[in-house]
Design a protein around this ligand. Structure first.
Ligand code: UTP
Length: 224
């Protein structure tokens, strides 16, 4: 299978150390034996810190996004380092490059591309571009709940949600640099228009990548 995996920066660089990069490199390396893998990594807290400085300098939102993109690419470089020979050594800056680098039969790791969306959208566009069979979005929550699980103990995880319902859920969410909440609207539009099978799952435990792949965890987005 051709799989695009997005890993939120809030997961991979949560602790400001190498551990999650190494753990993910091991699991991604094992998946590479059977699948063709593309990875998109987010910026996490370092991106938000840098964006805040840019915003305080009156940088403007697109420049703030641009700073965020640079940080996602730094995280991509670290994951490439952790993957060693399993990864193509350069970070693609656009989707054509991602496709080109994938001819090496190595894992391609990228960060952001251009302003006005998050790496969730990069993952969805990349999945369209390379005609992926599956998009796995690893984030810091278990999937989509019926209400905020941080505020409500009885919140229930949705096993499935249609793209249309996701859009309704996302309609009033913030789209400023560094604050593309839970899942971004561009991503969901791509998923819907191209019928991309997508799973959102908790990536705080890297082995969850395998669990998501086996359909054991997360919320499946039905592209309709
Ligand atoms: P993300 O928001 O995708 O990373 O990128 P994150 O913070 O790791 O995401 P989660 O919350 O853990 O899932 C960081 C910032 O970089 C800019 C945006 O400002 C985004 O908030 N960015 C990223 C872009 O403008 N374009 C891109 O293609 C990617």
């Amino acid at each position: 299978m051709r799989i695009v995996v997005t890993i939120g920066g809030s997961i991979i660089i949560k602790e400001y150390n190498h551990q999650k990069f190494e753990d993910y490199a091991e699991i991604l390396g094992s998946l590479k034996e059977q699948h063709e893998i593309f990875v998109v990594v987010g910026g996490g807290q370092p991106a938000r810190d840098y964006i805040k400085i840019a915003r305080d300098l009156d940088g403007g939102e697109a420049h703030c996004d641009d700073i965020g993109i640079d940080v996602t690419r730094l995280n991509a470089k670290l994951l490439i380092m952790a993957l060693g020979n399993n990864a193509y050594p350069l970070v693609p800056e656009n989707f054509h490059q991602a496709l080109e680098y994938s001819t090496s039969d190595r894992i391609v790791v990228m960060g952001g591309t251009e302003p006005a969306h998050s790496t969730d959208a990069v993952g969805a566009i990349l999945a369209e571009f390379v005609k992926a069979d599956l998009l796995i979005n690893l984030t810091s929550v278990d999937g989509l709940y019926d209400k905020d699980p941080n505020k409500h103990q009885d919140a229930q995880l949705h096993e499935n949600v249609t793209a249309t319902n996701m859009m309704e859920f996302l309609a009033d969410k913030d789209v400023k640099a560094g604050t593309y909440e839970f899942f971004d609207m561009t991503a969901i539009q791509m998923i819907k228009r191209s019928g991309i099978k997508t799973i959102i799952a908790n990536g705080n435990y890297p082995e969850n990548l395998l669990n998501a792949l086996n359909g054991k965890i997360g919320t499946v987005i039905i592209p309709e």
